[in-house]
Design a protein around this ligand. Structure first.
Ligand code: ADP
Ligand code: AMP
Length: 218
């Protein structure tokens, strides 16, 4: 099954994609993670992308869709995938449909995680990740079992994203409403959109998503 998780920054797309990876055996493809890796590796594309990411602006559609298209050709993606962070606008949605059609693939289900802006600013303010394995946490809602030690790899260093500052988050929310939210209508028209309440706790959102996906499967 091929799924898109749609929703504003901080809605819980990454958190829920990791759940689905485990429960459904799907591959989590996050364009934000791919771009951050490219920036860390200082590739020309990555360095160019970093300037935009640090301001909360979108990276070029062509750069992003090239990376996504190549990643979809890898063998593991053929068993089903979850797209997190893409498409980000209607142009990318069309490019994605074309790229998938060329590969003989299609999106089966789009799950919109609905959440309100003020809560998101607060939520993103508490986000951190293990510096070794990248496992995501929240200082209030998802803390490591042992304080200061990563549950997954035992790492003791943690990091926060450079673009998780209050000003950048507000800009990213503005960009979401202007450019990404129209995708709700785009996928509603295709009859594959489901909505879940992203303001519920993490486990409740996970169950809502599982039910939504079952609904798409019928
Ligand atoms: P996104 O990938 O949509 O930007 P994340 O999955 O990184 O969002 O979640 C943002 C932050 O909020 C993380 O620190 C995560 O642990 C926390 N979080 C995710 N879902 C919830 C939820 N339903 N309730 C409270 N906190 C959440
Ligand atoms: P995310 O990890 O999804 O919050 O994305 C972080 C940043 O990466 C965004 O604010 C954008 O600058 C960039 N980005 C991620 N995905 C895309 C995309 N599909 N199109 C354009 N820019 C993107």
């Amino acid at each position: 099954m091929n799924i898109i998780l749609l929703g504003p920054p901080g809605a819980g797309k990454g958190t829920q994609a990791k759940n689905l990876e485990l429960s459904k055996g799907l591959v989590h493809l996050s364009t934000g993670d791919m771009l951050r890796t490219a920036a860390k590796n200082k590739t020309p594309c990555g360095l160019e992308a970093k300037k935009l990411m640090d301001r909360g602006e979108l990276v070029s559609d062509f750069v992003v869709m090239e990376i996504v298209s190549e990643r979809l050709d890898e063998k593991d993606a053929r068993g089903g995938f979850i797209l997190d962070g893409v498409p980000r606008n209607v142009v990318q949605a069309h490019m994605l449909d074309d790229a998938l059609a060329e590969k003989g693939l299609a999106i089966d289900c789009v799950v919109e995680i609905v959440a309100d802006d003020e809560a998101l600013v607060e939520r993103i303010g508490g986000r951190f990740a293990c510096a070794s394995c990248g496992k995501g946490y929240h200082k209030e809602f998802k803390t490591p079992k042992v304080e200061g030690v990563c549950d997954k790899c035992g790492g003791t260093e943690f990091s926060v994203r450079a673009d998780d500052t209050p000003d950048t988050v507000r800009n990213r929310l503005g960009v979401y409403h202007k450019k990404t939210e129209p995708l709700v209508h785009y996928y509603e028209k295709q009859g594959i959109l489901k909505k879940v309440d992203g303001m519920a706790d993490i486990n409740t959102v996970a169950s809502q998503i599982e039910s939504a996906i079952e609904g798409c499967d019928k």
